[in-house]
Design a protein around this ligand. Structure first.
Ligand SMILES: [Zn+2]
Length: 252
């Protein structure tokens, strides 16, 4: 099986494209963490998961939506409790430009961290431009084995996150980005996971619409960088994911 440890299924907006993506997830056996942006997106992904056992719906409020979701945080408790993995959560000081949104972003993020600690949840974290701050939060809240989504920060913080025990999802810019290549070179293979991050991420990289089978290309590029056979890389990533969830008592 392939592991897509960070996707957004609600980004497949047209029914035809969504159906195609769901078929690929099923036929190519891609275990998919369906991250959410907000409650609406979580409920949508949850409904898809009822018909596709490869989909694991994850509840979170994306940092870019925090300013619309900072009131009545306690309403999120039931979704956090039922989610096997929490995400997408995090901080973003690069794409979110309006500084007045930052206090809301921080409030929502820390609420999720408190909850993740309380319920011992794995987290799927967005760290753009906030890498070392997030490392400090991870330590402060003693988070269970976080998954760091599409890391693009400095190497010192990468090392600290790695020493803490984090896993890292390599995304669709692998093969295109020099930084992502260096990150794969630095990471031990047993801490690597793969992701596609919805159809629009590949579009951002090379203009192509990113169906879930682009995960195969991510595996291929990692295999080239690590100089390990593709099949072996696929097996190791599957094993990494299974080790992570087993350690946290999650069954699929
Ligand atoms: Zn995402």
């Amino acid at each position: 099986m392939f592991i897509d440890a960070h996707n957004h299924l609600d980004f497949f907006e047209e029914q035809e494209k969504l159906n195609k993506a769901l078929d690929i997830i099923k036929n190519d056996n891609i275990i998919t963490l369906g991250c959410s942006m907000d409650t609406k997106s979580y409920k949508f992904t949850k409904s898809l998961a009822l018909k596709n056992k490869n989909i694991i719906p994850c509840f979170g409020i994306h940092p870019s939506r925090a300013h619309e979701n900072f009131k009545n945080l306690e309403c999120f408790d039931e979704y956090i409790r039922e989610s096997k993995i929490i995400g997408e959560i995090g901080l973003d000081y690069v794409w979110v430009k309006e500084k007045e949104k930052y206090p809301h972003m921080k409030r929502v993020f820390t609420y999720f961290l408190e909850e993740a600690k309380k319920y011992n949840k794995i987290t799927n974290i967005h760290t753009k431009g906030a890498e070392s701050e997030i490392y400090n939060y991870i330590k402060k809240y003693e988070l269970k084995t976080p998954i760091i989504h599409w890391y693009s920060g400095d190497k010192d913080t990468l090392k600290k996150l790695l020493d803490y025990g984090c896993y890292f999802t390599i995304s669709v810019d692998i093969g295109y980005s020099k930084l992502s290549k260096e990150i794969v070179q630095l990471l031990p293979i047993d801490k690597i996971l793969t992701e596609t991050d919805g159809p629009t991420s590949l579009e951002w990289v090379n203009g192509d619409y990113g169906y879930p089978n682009v995960i195969k290309n991510v595996v291929k590029e990692i295999s080239k960088i690590k100089n390990i056979q593709e099949e072996e890389v696929k097996g190791v990533i599957e094993n990494n994911f299974k080790t992570l969830i087993r350690k946290e008592g999650i069954t699929l």
